[in-house]
Design a protein around this ligand. Sequence first.
Ligand SMILES: CCCCCCC/C=C/C(=O)SCCNC(=O)CCNC(=O)[C@H](O)C(C)(C)COP(=O)(O)OP(=O)(O)OC[C@H]1O[C@@H](n2cnc3c(N)ncnc32)[C@H](O)[C@@H]1OP(=O)(O)O
Length: 719
Amino acid sequence: MARYELVKRSVALITLTNPPVNALSSPVRHAIAKSMERALSDPKVTAVVICGENGRFCGGADIREFAGPLRGPPLIPVLDAIEAGRKPVVAAIEGVALGGGFELALVCHYRIAHSKARLGLPEVTLGILPAAGGSQRLPRLIGIPAALELITTGRHISAQEALKLGIVDQVTDQNACEMAVEFALKSVGKPLSSRRVSMLTTPCPPDLDALLEAATMQVKKKARGVMAPLACIQAVRAAATMPFSKGMKRESELMTTLFNSGQAQAFQYCFFAQRTAGKWTLPSGAQWNNSKPREIRSAAVIGLGTMGRGIVVSLARVGISVIAVESEKKLLENGRQMVIGMLERDAKRRGVSASLNLLKFTLSLQDLKDVDLVIEAVFEDMALKKRVFQELSKVCRPTTLLCTNTSGLDVDALAGVTNRPHLVAGMHFFSPAHVMKLLEVVCGPRSSSETIATAMSLGKKMGKVSVAVGNCPGFVGNRMLKPYLDQATFLLEEGATPEQIDKALEDFGFAMGVFRMSDLAGLDVGWRVRKESGLTGPDVDSKNPPRRRQGHRYCPIPDMVCEQGRFGQKTGRGWYMYDKPGDTNAKPDPLIQNLLETYRSRYGIQPRNISDQEIIERCLFVLANEGFRILEDGMAARPEDIDVIYLFGYAFPRHRGGPMFYVSMVGLERVLERLEHYHQAHPDVPHLEPSALLKKLVACGSPPVQKWREYIKTMHSHL
Ligand SMILES: CCCCCCC/C=C/C(=O)SCCNC(=O)CCNC(=O)[C@H](O)C(C)(C)COP(=O)(O)OP(=O)(O)OC[C@H]1O[C@@H](n2cnc3c(N)ncnc32)[C@H](O)[C@@H]1OP(=O)(O)O
C-alpha cells in the first residue's frame, strides 16, 4: 500500500500504491506511518519525499470506509507525525491532491506540484469538512478569505492557482517526483519550524465577523438546509480564533455532528451513485466494460430550437465538428447567431478560443451524408420525427448512428422507420442542454451495444452524467414527474396555494418549488403534451366529468391557467405574477388565488388546511413510488440510476440523496403506510397505490437501497 525506497542514497521515497486514486485506506495509513518511522529512524536518510503511484498523489480518505467503524491507525496522528518529524518531507503532487490527500500534502514541509495537478478540499461535497487538520492548517497557510472559499465550495484548483495562493512551493512541467527529490536534498539542514503549518499564526482580517457572516448568508442561500458548509465556516472561525490544538478539537466535534446528521450519508451515496450509473448493462449481456464505443468526430443536430442549440454547443466545445440543420432560412440564421453567441460566451468564461470553425449551418439534410452521428431535436411530434428519421435513413451512410432527443416518445417506433434500427437510440438532454449535466441514454429493444456504448461515451465526453434507461413513455425522469406534478395540482384543488406548496418543497431543499420551476420552464409545454394525449382541448369528450380523464382523477387547473395566456415567466404571468415578461421575481398573484377559490366553489370542494408534511409526503412518496414501478418494469437498472437522474436533471437536493435514497432514509415501512393512507383517501389516483416492489421490500425487512437490486425481478429488464 506504500512502497519504500532509498533514492540518491539519502532520500526516502514513499510511494502510495492504492489504485485507482491512492485513497488513504487503513492499510495505506498503516504503511505511511511505518514508512515514516523507518525514514526518521534511519541515519542514512536525510530527507523524505511522498508521492503517489500512476501519476496520482492521493484522492483523499477512502470514502467507502466512512460507512463502517474506524479500523487501522487514525489519520490525524499519522499526519501529525510527518509534520513533527526532524527531517524535511516534500510532497510530490501529480494528478490530484484532494481531501485527506491535500491534508497529507499540508503536513509535508514543502510541496512541489506538476503543472497539470489539481488540488482541493472537496469534503463539503461529501457532507463533511476537512477533518484531518485541513480546516485548521489551510487558513494558517493562505489566510481566512481564500481558505474559507476553498473549504466551503470544495472547488478544485490548478497547480498554478495553488502556487499563487502560496499552497505549493514550486510548479513543474517535469517529473514532479524527481524534482521533489532534488528539492528535498537542497532542503536538508534548513530550519523546519517555519515550514510546520500548524505552528503558523492565522493571518486574521480585522473584519472577521463580517466576513464569516457574509459567507454564512451566501452558503445558506446557495445550499438551503445543508449543514456541511456552515460547519466549515465554524471550523475556519476556530482556526482564526483558537490555538491549533483547540481548533483541532473543534474540527473534530463539528465532524462528529456532521457524521451523525444523515446528510453526510446522503452526499456520500450520491458520490458512488454517480459512478455506478455509468456502468450500464443490456439484456444481451453487453455492458460498459465489454462494449467498445465508436469514436465520434463529426455530428449533425437537426432543429435549432432551445434544445438543438444547446446540443450543438455541447458537441462543438469538446472538439466535434457539427452540422446544424434547420428547415427555414430565418430559423437557421437565428439559430446560427444564438449558437455563436453561446459558444463565444462559454469560451470567454473558460479562457479558451471559441471553436466556431467546427460549425456548419445548412437547410439541407443532404449535407449529412458523411457524419458519424445525428441527433434529432425537432419539435416533439411523432409524425414529424418519423419523417426526419426516414429521410436520414436515405441520406446518411449506412453506418451513421441516428439519435433522438425526444423527451418521452417511443424510440423504437422511430428505429422502426429506418434501415438501421440497431443504430438508433435516444439521447435525452435536459434544458438548457449546454448547462444541464444529465443525459438519459434511451436503449431501444433493437439498439446495439455499440450504439449504447457510443451514446454513453459521447455523453461523458461532453461532460454529462449519462444514465442508460429503458424505452417507455417519459423514460425515467419525465415518467416520474407526472405523478409528482399531479399531486401538486390535486393539493391546489384541496386547499393549498402555489406559494405554500413551493415553500414546503423549498424548505425540503429544492432550489425552486414545483410551481416556480414550472413558470421558469414554461407552462405551454405541458399544456401541449396534455392536448396531444387527449387530456384536454376540443377533442375531449364533453360527456367526460370535468375532473376525470381516462377513468382517473384529473385536475384541469393547469389548463385553465394556460387558457388565460399565462405561460410562466416568459409571459410575465403564470402560477405567479412578474413585473414584466422575462422577470424572475415571482410574486403571489391574487388572480390565481381567485381562480382557485372560484374553482373550488364551482365543484363544491371545501378547502382544508394542508400541512407541509402532507405536501412533502404526497409529492415525494408518489415520485418514489413511480420509481419503484420503473425498477419493477426494468426501465432503470438500479435505484442509484433513478437518484442520479433526479439529482442532475431535476435538481433534487443532494443532501437528501435522491428520491429513492430519501424514502429509504424515511423508512420504507412508513412510506408504505403513508401511501396506503393517501390511496385510501384518494382511490381514483392510481399512482398513490403502493407499488409491488415497495411492498416486497418492506416484507423483506426494508433492506438498504444498495441491496434493492437483489429483490427486483430481472425477467422484464430492458437494461
Ligand atoms: C476525526 C475523523 C478524521 C477523518 C478525517 C477524514 C478527512 C478526509 C476526508 C476525505 O479525504 S474525504 C475524500 C475527499 N476526496 C474526494 O472527494 C475525491 C473523490 N474522488 C474524485 O473526485 C475522483 O474520483 C478523482 C480523484 C478526481 C478521480 O476522478 P476519475 O474520474 O479519474 O475517477 P472516478 O471514476 O471518479 O474514480 C475511480 C474509482 O475510484 C473511486 N474513488 C475515487 N475517489 C475515492 C475515494 N476518495 N475513496 C474511495 N473510492 C474512491 C471511485 O468510486 C471509482 O470507483 P469505481 O467506480 O471504479 O469502483
